[in-house]
Design a protein around this ligand. Structure first.
Ligand code: NAP
Length: 338
């Protein structure tokens, strides 16, 4: 399947502008003279290293049917951003240059597209979008942000929440089972540990020793990765490891199969070779993202879900953020705050 990225150079804009009236009705503003403002955004015009990223001024995008535009407060940094920039996805994803960056964000709605009934200008929201590493961006799937959920965290939640939720569902891990998570201290790992704990699953997570307290805070039993993993895990869970999720993509699918004793109980989100061994490979696009985002926001408000934001970067330092992400040592998540 080919996924298309919205190009940033969509001018001239063909979508109808929308006015939101005082009673909250969104009406097409067909005869309004379009006052296209300009905004700063990150884009790249060829595949390559962080040096291909540019901060450019573009015309503000307008939301289409079922979409909203936000003034971005925080956009989550994901490994997919720099993998896309490097051209790692070119076999299955069409990129139109110049290409926008960023697939998730939080912010304040400043324009509402047609056929949107539950969201108004001024609402605080977070969700999935296109080109979210920009001052303004269009969201395609979103939910309202609770007041007690900081914008920085909300903007970093969508990808990790949906991926973690989907992985646990696809692997059918049940209450009372023990799950091993390889790569537990990053964004997706942080989400899996907590969602699994809430489901009544015991979790053993791998991370370097200085991050073991972090894993404990999230409700997991930590252990180091590397040689001797199977023996360490056996001592921590003498009764057996029922299932394993590979988040790190560090080439340990055969080891995880040996530890669980069943390839059908091993799933990877990062190692494309998983299916060659009979294990599962889980990938998007996200299904039912709004339901999952609303549930995770509720869990946050109840104090049952946390996310460490290791660092927030200004838009101008997006390249630095991507270099840090690509180094593979992030605890929790990084965000861009325009
Ligand atoms: N298939 C999908 O649907 C999907 C969706 C989203 C993302 N992904 C992929 O999932 C992967 C993880 O994403 P992420 O956002 O969680 O990444 P991330 O936040 O950048 O992960 C960083 C963490 O990985 C840990 N790590 C690095 N090498 C490790 C190893 N050999 N063993 C165990 N832990 C290790 C690091 O811990 P230490 O510092 O302790 O080493 C660090 O805390 C990426 O490859 C991403 O592209 C897939």
């Amino acid at each position: 399947m080919k996924y298309s990225i919205n190009p940033l150079n969509l001018s001239p804009w063909k979508r109808a502008a929308v006015l939101v009236t005082a009673n909250g009705m969104a009406v097409p503003c067909i005869r309004c003279p379009r006052k296209d403002k300009h905004l700063k955004a990150v884009q790249f015009s060829r595949y390559g290293g962080p040096e291909v990223l540019e901060i450019v001024e573009i015309e503000a995008p307008h939301p289409g049917p079922g979409e909203v535009r936000i003034a971005v407060r925080a956009a989550g940094v994901n490994p997919s951003d720099w993998k896309r920039r490097e051209g790692q996805y070119r076999a299955f994803e069409e990129v139109h240059f110049p290409a926008a960056l960023g697939v998730e964000a939080s912010g304040i709605v400043d324009e509402v597209g047609p056929d949107v009934s539950n969201t108004y200008v001024g609402d605080a929201v977070f969700g999935y979008g296109n080109g979210t590493m920009a001052e303004h961006a269009v969201l395609t799937h979103w939910v309202h942000k609770p007041d007690d959920l900081p914008f920085e965290i909300a903007g970093a939640l969508p990808v990790i929440s949906e991926t973690a939720w989907r992985s646990l569902d696809e692997l059918c891990v049940k209450a009372g089972e023990t799950l091993l998570v390889s790569g537990a201290a990053g964004g997706i790992g942080s989400a899996i540990l907590q969602l699994a704990r809430i489901r009544g699953i015991t979790v053993i997570g791998t991370a370097s020793p200085q991050k073991h307290d972090y894993l404990r805070e999230l409700g997991a039993i930590p252990t180091a990765y590397g040689p001797g993993l199977a023996e360490r895990v056996r001592q921590l869970a003498p009764d057996s490891i029922d299932a394993a999720i590979d988040v790190a993509g560090s080439g340990i699918i055969p080891e995880l199969i040996a530890i669980t004793g069943d390839p059908a109980r091993v799933l990877s989100v990062a190692d494309f070779s998983a299916e060659e061994y009979g294990a599962k490979f889980s990938h998007g696009p996200p299904k039912e993202p709004e339901r999952i985002l609303a549930d995770v926001a509720r869990l946050y408000s109840k104090g049952l879900f946390r996310l460490r934001i290791e660092q927030a970067f200004p838009l101008e330092k997006t390249a630095e953020a991507q270099i840090a992400s690509a180094a593979g040592r992030v605890t929790g998540k990084l965000v861009i705050s325009p």
